[in-house]
Ligand binder design. Sequence first.
Ligand code: XIL
Length: 302
Amino acid sequence: ADTLGSAAAGKGRYFGAAVAANHLGESAYAATLDREFNQVTPENEMKWDATEGTRNTFTFGAADQIVSHAQSQGMKVRGHTLVWHSQLPSWVSGLSATDLRSAMNNHITQVMQHYKGKIHSWDVVNEAFQDGSSGARRSSPFQDKLGSGFIEEAFRTARTADPNAKLCYNDYNTDGANAKSNAVYAMVKDFKSRGVPIDCVGFQSHFNPASPVPSDYQANLQRFADLGVDVQITELDIEGSGSAQATNYGNVVKACLAVSRCTGITVWGITDKYSWRSSGTPLLFDSNYAKKPAYNAALAAL
Ligand code: XIL
């Protein structure tokens, strides 16, 4: 196969990209997306600040644009994200516990019902654990006011809202075995043992020299898969250039393919031109949409 999407499909996986609605009108952007990828994740358009900036007033225009583009191209859509401490409107952080609980459940329900049948996996909860050695939960309005049970509650609400969507927990710095990934692992294990609905774990995989691809990346994906969940590489980008970056991309693709429950890879953007790493070059296409060595390595590994 000569594109990332078709090569991944040949291995029973998807290969996707984060997409911004405001770039879809740029012909090279849309052409590269449509040619190479068979899955999209809205980069910002489904986040709480974008979908419910005012309580109980839902705005889906930008996200709908991405979803209809994806549907017209036969691409899968990952939903990102329902409950997260960041890009959270200030009205949410100001609520009392009782109100916050109902606002969280209402947000999950309304957004998921709007997209019912159109989303293959949802990042129900994003980044709820701290970095570092504690393995503790991150402080957030949800954690601080509702306690650790907010994650379980969010997943149960999500299952009811769209029983056919896969429900994922998604985080970063969990790509190798460490205190943070051990804490997520313990949570998933506990959820599986108690029947809390969780189907998948997303590994963001934002890599850079200070946070390189871990040597136990594949083993870490495998240990989560062995708990009975799918694993997905959800926000891949790797700082660097040339052959070093290419080798890293190839290794990430190989790690996913070596884990039968690793169902797909999403890169966090199409072109270096629009990467969230503003001065970086972490993606597969350069700012002129030319294929980089990293692209060739990813394709060759598929
Ligand atoms: C980033 C987007 O790429 C930026 O455009 C935005 O300004 C901030 O968020 N973890 C996540 C993503 O789960 O939603 C983040 O996306 C990157 C880190």
